[in-house]
Design a protein around this ligand. Sequence first.
Ligand SMILES: [Zn+2]
Length: 299
Amino acid sequence: MSFSEGRIDFFYGGDNTAVMRKFVYMIILLTAAFTGCRQQTIEVEDAVMEAAQEEEPLLLHPSFNLTEEDLAELCSELPGTVRQNIEARPQYFLQLLLDIYKGEQELVRLVNKEQGLSSSDVPHDLVALDDYRDRLLLSRRGHQMRSVLLPSLMAMTQAARQEGIDLMISSTYRSYDYQEGLYNRYVERDGREAADRYSARPGKSQHQLGTAVDFGSIDESFAATAAGMWLKENAWHYGFSLSYPQGMESYTGYMWESWHYRYIGEDASKLEQEFFEGIQERMLRFINSKGSLLEAALI
Ligand SMILES: [Zn+2]
């Protein structure tokens, strides 16, 4: 290759922006060479470098190789209101997701009418709540739950008590077999269609996870009680989330259950509250379906 061809490559290789940048850079160098003005060269060189950096797509979070466009693609199936929340604070959104994926995945495992647990799935850290009778209000003896949520449940119980509100724990861990018996009794009583609106089939209950808690009366009257209203306002601060909110039956598959909360951890409950409009099912579907894509984007 001759010298002149090389020069042509230098000016015309690459896209138009790159060509322009090279052209400007050459002019600067030539000007500097003729004027001998070194300071000016440095300043203009800096300006050229800054311009070049601006053209690099900006990453939204230091731990993810994700641009604004990538994140928009990742969230494209979410409702517009949720996407707006994410667009307003993308870094905070990704930070919460990072913390959730670093934490215990079982806490955000999706269990719904489609995805469930097997008859052999039993939590490894079940504890008897009778041992904590002095700090929890229990409807009866024999309740069990995972130890991972005990500190949060006790802190929440204490916070409510300080405001004169008692949080009665009425139902906690249920084994696959127990749920099977319960569901079959409901079907016998009300028929399968009616039972499916308020009771999970065996293997499809969040109670089998050992992290779901039913409070108070376990019926519609609970929503209007002081405990029901307090939980609605405050439970998320302690990592608890209302699983089946009002008006969401067509989406969650269950009637409004003002008494049924699931412990998902504080990072997830913040994510749900601040980005997913308090819809646990929507957030868990997102977390569970996009996990591998987000993991692949980790830096
Ligand atoms: Zn429940």
